[in-house]
Ligand binder design. Structure first.
Ligand code: GRF
Length: 222
């Protein structure tokens, strides 16, 4: 009999804040540890007060802090961050609310093994205040996106997007809450695809099971 379980996929998660996406990843891996090859082997934050670090410790995952303020400039911080991350021998690095712009050398180092989640239907609303911008524009649909990270901010090849309707009485806060709930579904899904070897990046873009994911990635509607 052959062992069908894919090889273990070491995942390092970077965050700066609450870490609800980290929690969703922890829960999804724990729920199906026998079949899901993803293993979160470390959580790293640039902020010592990030609640996500507590979540990691509670789950028995090594949690480390690398304070960007202790470094002179982005390149120096990113070089130290690479060294810290690589100490955990990651197959995948996951940005989960990591509030730092990463240098080109960092992004190139993790090319094809660096994912981010963004609270909008990219390419719409790169950057901050996405929920407010969607409401102000009168959009009827909003959502979230997981993408491979490239040197273009919030611009890498899309993996999966979840779409939600915008309601007429939505505020940025109510919209954010519903988008967040969808983030907690699509990030574990994308990480699992990667861990299973189904998701990869090649010169043409993101591929799932060898098929091009195209301009919007895998689209999940309500
Ligand atoms: C999420 O909205 C994510 O899309 C963005 O940062 C936020 C992180 O939230 N990149 P949390 O810390 O996972 O709750």
């Amino acid at each position: 009999m052959h062992d069908q379980t894919p090889a273990r996929c070491n995942v390092v998660v970077l965050l700066s804040g609450t870490g609800s996406n980290l929690q969703a990843l922890i829960d999804s891996v724990n729920q199906d540890a026998g079949a899901n090859p993803a293993r979160i082997c470390a959580v790293i934050s640039n902020r010592a007060d990030a609640y996500g670090l507590e979540r990691a410790r509670h789950a028995g995952i090594p949690a480390a802090v690398l304070d960007h303020q202790a470094f002179e400039g982005r390149e120096a911080f990113d070089a130290a961050l690479v060294e810290l991350i690589d100490g955990y021998a990651p197959d995948l690095v996951v940005l989960a609310g990591f509030m730092r712009i990463l240098s080109g050398s960092f992004v190139r180092h993790y090319k094809g093994r660096l994912l981010n989640i963004h609270p909008s239907l990219l390419p719409r609303y790169k950057g901050l205040h996405t929920h407010q911008r969607a409401i102000e524009a009168g959009d009827t649909e909003h959502g979230c996106s997981v993408h491979f990270v490239t040197e273009e901010l919030d611009g890498g090849p899309l993996v999966v997007q979840a779409v939600i309707p915008v309601q007429s009485d939505d505020t940025p806060a109510t919209l954010a809450q519903r988008v967040h709930a969808r983030e907690h579904q699509i990030y574990p899904l994308a990480v699992r695809w990667f861990a299973e070897g189904r998701l990869r990046l090649d010169a043409s873009g993101a591929l799932l099971d060898g098929q091009a994911l195209g301009a919007s990635g895998h689209l999940i509607r309500p």
